[in-house]
Design a protein around this ligand. Sequence first.
Ligand code: ADP
Ligand code: ADP
Length: 228
Amino acid sequence: PPAVEVLSAEKVFSNGTRGLAPIDLSIADGEFLTLIGPSGCGKSTLLKLIANLLEPSDGRLLWWRGDFAQVGQEGRHLAFVFQEPTLMPWARVEANVRLPLELADMPRAKADPLVKDAIARVGLSAFARHYPRQLSGGMKMRASIARALVTSPNLLLMDEPFGALDEFTRNKLDDDLVRLWWERKLTTIFVTHSIYEAVFLSTRIIVMAANPGRIFRTMTIDQPQPRD
Ligand code: ADP
Ligand code: ADP
């Protein structure tokens, strides 16, 4: 079944701004879908609708053919990575990554190996006991990704995760993201301003346009392959 279906969903904000014209979109399991387009074209709004952080003003969405309450019960179907790494400054990397498991009341004995694995997958094993302030921007972003992956989500949502990083660090993280996606074919929806990233990472690109936010073009491309 599709991971997410957006059924004529639109968003008018309380001040009257039309963030998103009615959109129909079906996201298949295993896709790496990238949303790209100018500021104000509704990328974040669409991503937040998919994350159920916003409610559509009209139309609806389905997650694995169900409503969000059903999905929410398991609580680990969706993970969200924001542009700014949102780490707790007073907690070590490992405690930051463990947080979603703690919130789900998972016992430490069960959580610890998952935390270790998630940290290893983003290449931060040597920094597990560091505090966020001891990490570079790229490493903080890696820690945020580890915290998203630790719950084994079925759907990973990323809102311009590397937008604040220098190009060199960003390219490294792009490579690693392809590798992560390749390992598990984790359904991912990714927002970026970078055409390079869109082409390099995605199996499908949706180009959006503004006033009102809408889908302008869709293109399906070959599956990305990790570079040697
Ligand atoms: P993008 O992520 O592509 O830059 P957004 O989804 O943030 O675009 O915004 C789409 C449109 O909706 C823009 O015109 C923006 O100003 C407007 N918008 C976004 N959030 C709000 C809000 N909370 N209240 C009013 N207007 C908003
Ligand atoms: P990333 O691509 O993960 O952002 P950077 O390019 O920022 O990595 O850093 C390159 C390498 O420099 C890191 O993998 C790490 O080994 C080392 N490094 C960066 N910041 C620190 C730090 N605060 N303390 C120790 N080593 C660091």
